[in-house]
Design a protein around this ligand. Structure first.
Ligand code: EPZ
Length: 417
């Protein structure tokens, strides 16, 4: 169990080029299984979950080489259709291989994902949608045995705009017989990126980013050359770190539209922004102020992945704020750790009440999931004195050498393995 040693109180500021999006890259890697020749991916995020997903492709018999930030993937050879239970439990996003393997091989075996620190995270929406498209699913000893001699296009109504279920359906439908329409589809930028990748491979898909996506199945998908878009949650994380420590930050490579809600919230705390081509500049106020009531929800609502980071920031904003977490049932575990740093947060069910404190002090705190760990890290950067943040193994899943990135921006952060 690794940890970060932080000496807080220094402004985090300067220029930072945001890296490729974890949550766009992972489904795109699964989608390469549908391409019948080589795929080249640029701007890949050099993070643990990306490496793990490349390993899944190799375990299936595919070629997957990473040089710098460029991945060259060739999935023409495949020797297996099984995703082991421990793989799925280690990284939940590997359930996206279900749609891709079925779309390619018409059969797949998937371990049961189980829950994680932020919630039970069932996959009922994925499975029920697949069955409507002709997939036969049998569960035995914690494995899902799936087969579909014919995958038939269908009108699928999602009971919740699940990101993963929308992605899995896109992968299953891309080469299905006939037309599939996903109603109440997720609208996240990562869905749009996946559709752009599939379209670059020759898929016929329309309506990405809206609640209805139509997919006209095609016989064959060819290879593509594709650049992974920026990570909007990493961008939001660094903006919060700078706003909390009083640093001026320029982010490079960001699309303003994709981080609109986060910018709105930061503006309400007193941050000011200027935007030139792909360069977003933030000037924080002397004192953060906020009287906000935030509700997390599916895009274009306030992103649940930004909730821990914004909570961290609001602990320093003069005023009282409320955050309601509607997406995951256990995503407030970072709150008690922030209180150990002097934050004033009261949790009642799925609502957090945050009263801004004059300052945070260093402490020994425990991160228990990716964004919760990152929230503690940025709080430690703003706190007076030394902090130890345990759980670096979670943070490394979604942020590339975050200790180096913050150090280059003026922070004093060391990773101790
Ligand atoms: C994706 O998870 C992201 N992960 C999550 O980011 C993100 O928090 C989430 O979308 C919401 O935006 C990746 O893209 C790899 P969902 P996913 O299916 O697809 C319930 C991070 O920190 N649900 O939209 O699993 C589910 O329990 C991670 O980068 C069902 O009930 O999210 C949850 O309450 C964390 N049945 C809600 O929907 C299902 O079949 C949202 O889940 C599927 C989901």
């Amino acid at each position: 169990m690794g940890y970060y040693l932080i000496e807080g109180g220094k402004p985090i500021g300067g220029e930072f080029a945001v890296r490729g999006s974890k949550n766009a890259a992972l489904p795109i890697l699964a989608a390469t299984l549908l391409a019948e020749d080589e795929v080249v991916l640029e701007n890949c995020p050099l993070i643990r979950d990306f490496y793990l997903t490349l390993d899944i492709l190799r375990t299936l018999g595919c070629k997957a080489e990473l040089t710098g930030r460029t991945a060259v993937i060739d999935t023409r050879q495949i020797k297996d259709v099984k995703i082991q239970e421990e793989t799925v439990q280690k990284m939940r996003s590997s359930i996206l291989f279900l749609g891709a393997l079925l779309g390619r091989e018409k059969r797949a075996i998937l371990g049961h994902p189980g829950g994680c620190a932020i919630g039970k995270r069932p996959i009922d929406i994925h499975l029920s949608s697949f069955e409507k498209m002709g997939v036969e699913i049998n569960e035995e000893d914690g494995l899902f045995y799936c087969s579909a001699p014919h995958i038939l296009g269908y009108h699928i109504y999602l009971k919740y705009p699940s990101v993963g279920a929308t992605e899995n359906l896109l992968l299953l439908a891309a080469k299905a017989e006939g037309v599939t329409v996903i109603h109440n589809a997720a609208r996240e930028p990562e869905i749009v990126a996946l559709v752009h990748f599939l379209r670059a491979c020759g898929a016929e898909i329309y309506g990405e980013g809206t609640p209805s996506i139509m997919i006209e199945g095609v016989k064959k998908l060819h290879g593509a050359y594709f650049s992974i878009p920026f990570d909007r949650i990493e961008a939001g994380t660094f903006l919060c770190a700078s706003a909390m420590t009083g640093g001026e930050l320029s982010l490079l490579g960001v699309e303003k539209n994709d981080i609109e809600t986060t910018l709105d919230v930061l503006q309400k705390t007193g941050c000011r922004f200027t935007f030139e081509t792909e360069r977003l500049r933030m000037m924080p106020p002397k004192q953060l102020k906020a009287e906000l009531s935030l509700v997390t929800g599916p895009y274009p609502g306030f992103p649940t992945d930004m909730q821990p980071l914004i909570m961290s920031l609001l602990t320093l904003a003069k005023g009282t704020c409320m955050i309601s977490e509607t997406v995951f049932e256990a995503r407030f575990r970072h709150a008690e750790e922030l209180c150990r740093m002097g934050a004033d947060i009261v949790i009642a069910d799925r609502v957090a009440k945050i009263k801004g404190s004059p300052g945070l002090h260093g402490a020994e705190v425990f991160g228990r999931d990716l964004r919760g760990g990152a929230a503690l890290l940025i709080a430690a950067l703003a706190a007076e004195g030394k902090s130890t943040v345990y759980g670096s193994e979670y943070v490394e899943r979604g942020y590339e050498k975050i200790e180096d990135a913050f150090s280059l921006l003026g922070g004093n952060v060391r990773l101790m393995e």
